[in-house]
Ligand binder design. Sequence first.
Ligand SMILES: C[S@@+](CC[C@H](N)C(=O)[O-])C[C@H]1O[C@@H](n2cnc3c(N)ncnc32)[C@H](O)[C@@H]1O
Length: 202
Amino acid sequence: MRKSYPLFQSHLDVAHDYWRKLDLAGEVVIDATCGNGRDSLKLAQLALKGFSGELYALDLQADAIENTQKLLRMHLEADQYQRVKFSNGCHSSFPIEIQPQAVKLIVYNLGYLPGGDKKITTSLNTTLKSIQGAMGLLKEGGVICITCYPGHSEGKNEEEQLVKKVSAFNPQEWCCTHQCWLNRRESPSLLVIQKGIKSSAP
Ligand SMILES: C[S@@+](CC[C@H](N)C(=O)[O-])C[C@H]1O[C@@H](n2cnc3c(N)ncnc32)[C@H](O)[C@@H]1O
């Protein structure tokens, strides 16, 4: 992409730019689909920089949790690794210790585990339920960042329904964008949702 069209960035680079802009050092962040751990590693490097900050890494599959543990153990300092909490289960419910309105960034990378069983994929109902829960966990200014994969039928439906749902969020409270390629309809797209900061003006 970058060589042929140097103006544009991949969806991943765009997502990472947003994450960096959020100034995540010391924040609580969640990877709701940790898979092979690449997103978790990036989140850990941004959020666990100082002495505080926590990363929750969730996945339905035990293999994914193990892959993520392996990658993070290789790249993080011991004290950073201790601040990663792994949860093997469906993201339609989040670990109960995560406080409401305490999380700065929640990331979803939808679809199936690369190199894993393609039949085990995120599905619309649980994704919607999870996003509903995620909205309650976000602090003001916090963000939900979702990579959609419309290249397979479940992924296309998931993308369409999520875009429809998110488009109806109250603009007084949420700002939502959907970035996609117009002439590459099967390429990943990025859905970004920010919770507004309430002004304290009299
Ligand atoms: C595209 S992969 C994620 C890639 C990962 N973020 C990375 O950087 O390597 C999607 C992951 O979502 C997980 N998944 C699917 N349904 C889920 C659910 N209901 N709850 C939690 N994880 C789920 C799959 O097991 C798979 O590992």
